[in-house]
Structure formats: C-alpha cells, structure tokens
Design a protein around this ligand. Sequence first.
Ligand code: MN
Ligand code: MN
Length: 476
Amino acid sequence: MPEQDEKPEVKEIKEKLMLKRDMVWDRLDSKEKEGVFLFAEGYKEFLNRAKTERQAVKEIIKFAEEKGFKRIEEPLGKAKKVYRVLHNKAIAMGILGEKPIEKGIRIIASHIDSPRLDLKQNPLYEDVDLALLKTHYYGGIKKYQWVSRPLSLHGKIIKKDGSELDLSLGEKETEPIFTIVDLLPHLAHKVQYEKKLEDAVIGEKLNILAGSIPFPDKDTKDRIKLQVLKYLNDNFGLIEEDFISAELELVPSEKARDIGWDRSLIGSYGQDDRSCAYTGMRAIGDIDNPKEAVLALFLDKEEIGSEGNTGAKSRFLEAVVADLLSFEGVKADDGAVRRTLMNSRAISADVNGALDPDYQDVHEKRNAAKLGFGICITKFTGSRGKSGSSDASAEYVGWLRQVFNRNNIVWQTGELGKVDEGGGGTIAKYLASYGMDIVDCGVALLGMHSPFEVSSKADVYMTYKGYRVFLSEDRG
Ligand code: MN
Ligand code: MN
C-alpha cells in the first residue's frame, strides 16, 4: 500500500518503531549543503597532496602546526596540544583534557597508506630496447586495474653517501608520468581472455615503462638502461645501487575530481583511508578544551596487516600515551599506560564498501552501507564467522549511537559483504588488544581499493561531524 493511503495511526506507529535510514541530503538545510561542498574542496586538495603515507604525514604536520599543536620533542611550556611523528610515516595529534589522562582518552585511529605499486630494490632493466622498472604491489589490488594508466612516482632515496632525496614526479601536467602497457586485444585471446580474471594480469608483469633513448655509444650493451642511469645521475646524483635503499611508490597521477551532474561524489585514488584520515584531522583541529584527552592517530602499513615499525602493531600508541602522561606530570610507568588504554574509547576510522549497484548480490542489503546515508558504523569485520574481527560491544555501540543521535549526525551501519562472501579487517583489533572500547566507523566507498575510489561528499562531511562529536562528547 502506498504510504499516503496509510492510516495516520499506522503511520505514527511505524515512525516510532521501525528502523529508518535517512539520506544526508534530506537532513541538511541549504546552508549546510553549501558546507558539504566547501568541505569537499579541502578534502580533494588533501587527496592531491597526500598520495603516499610520507606526504600525508607532511600535510598533517602542516595542519597541526597551523592549529597550534607543538612537536612533542620541543619545549612545550603551557601547550595543551602536541603532535609526534613516527619515522616520517605515522603521526599522532593529542590534546590534554580537563580530566586526568588515566581516566581514558578519546582516540580516532586511521591509516594513511593505500594500495599501490612499490619499486623492487633492483628495479631497472632493459628489454627489447626499452628501459623498464620491476614492481611489487602493496596491499590488496586488482592487478588489471593498474595497467594502461598514468602513474606518478613518489618516495625517498638514501644515496651512497647517506644523503636523502625526496622524489615526486608525475603530479604536474608538465612532468612525465609512468605506465604499465597492457596487451593489445588482437593478441590477448590465449594469454588473457581464456584465463581467470585474477590470472590475466600477473604481478611479475606489472613492469613500468621508464625510457627508450639509447646511450650514444653504439658498441655498449644495455644502452637504454645506461642512458636512464645517466639521466638519474646528472639530475639527482643517483647510481643504480641507490635503489637498494629507496622506497619508491607508484600511484595514479590523476587528481581528485567531482563525479556526476550534481557534483555530489568524489572520485580519487587513496580514499581508503584518507577520507577518514582527513576527517579525523579536521575533527581534532576543531577541538580546544576537551573534557577527556583526545588523540588522533594516523598509522601506516594497514594495507599489509599493520605490520612494521610504523603500523598499528608498532606500539606507537603506547609511546604517545606515555608522552601525554608525563606531559600531564604523571609517572608514565607501564601500569599507568595500560590503565589509560584500558579506559579509553576509540573509533577505528576506516572505510567500508558501499552497496555496489552492479554487484548487489555480494552484499546483504539489509546490512550494507549505502552512499549518501552518512557516517557508517561497522560493528564487526573479519570473515568466515567474524574471524579476525574485534566485534564492538552492544554497550559501546549503544553509547556511540546516542552520541550521534543527540548531535543530529546522520549515520548508518555497514558490514563487509554477505556472510562467507569474502571479508577483511582493520586496525580495530590491534587497539582492542589493549582492552579499550573500539568500533569501526567511517566513510562508505564504491570501488574501494581501486585506483579511482568513489565517495559521497555528504558522507565525508558527516564523518567529519561524527568524529568531532565523538571527540568532544562527555561520557555520560
Ligand atoms: Mn582501510
Ligand atoms: Mn584498505
């Protein structure tokens, strides 16, 4: 029966009892709609400038200093806002609260690494009179998405003499880019079309085109490779061995763009998880005198399991909490750090996959997140019986839901696909291992992990607002 024919009393009881999801756009007045579009402009700039974890750290430092945060290694005086950088690839921003830190911290933890192609340590070679670079992909990519597209190269090289070189090439229109060629369809029948999609483009063939002019001396072997090395030496003082101590990442060179007639969506590389990193950064940037201490963490290596000395397993959080405790004048022993963490409340700020219009079957529609329906709470992740998930408690989700409702935050819930369809994980479980309350909460994306992920400007804005109230709301 159409809704207008319903009896008023039925309509009323429906309103009261049934779960209803609102689109963000329906809940905003025209002034706030303008705010959504304005917020998106800053977000796109961040996406364009922070294409790698190192660049994201630089952008976050810039923002933190603008907002009056002091580097923790500096004399702090009466400062209440501090930041600390970990190996140039992770960063934390913290603000002391009115309450003692041991009562618990409000934490938003995102990650700033994204799936990409890394150069191998011995990458440069010559084949069929072309210079090429070997890569090893980083994180969960669909390899066929990375061929035949413009790529830029970013990263750090430590030269033979120990000096550092930051490289960024391919972002400006005037700079050259790199690419992986794909096979012409005329010849692809046996080697690609007859194979499973997963095997049609294999990792060892993700080789980057890097030059084609020969070294002038015709009698030399590997003339093309030599000419590339000569260019690198002339321009950057590099030798081939320098690649060994380098971290060079290939990422899509396109800029973030508006999508659709109504410009309501954003297409860009790296929105997992820079949509949550940017909104988390902006949220803590708005906080001045919080009741409880607040902390925004921007971590690395999430896409390869949070390993390494800059990932969530690195215990960076413990070190930062110890800093904050001693900053407050409390002895930062093991017990104090553990009590603080156990009493803390956190959001694992990460994206979820939104209901894909073309592949609706992999989702379970009652529980899938949708673009435009606000910040997405994901109670559990994991796969095959929630395995590998931290699964937030009813109490904690109940509290967060109240916080969002009280503050007019448009929110929805999500899960990562149908039962046994696939799955995935976030950093939630690593922070949960300290005993704190934590739940995944962030932006839902279409085309997640692709070189061109899609978000809704309304969701990005609601995520920022949601994070802000999470940081500032009293425990109640
Ligand atoms: Mn993520
Ligand atoms: Mn991811």
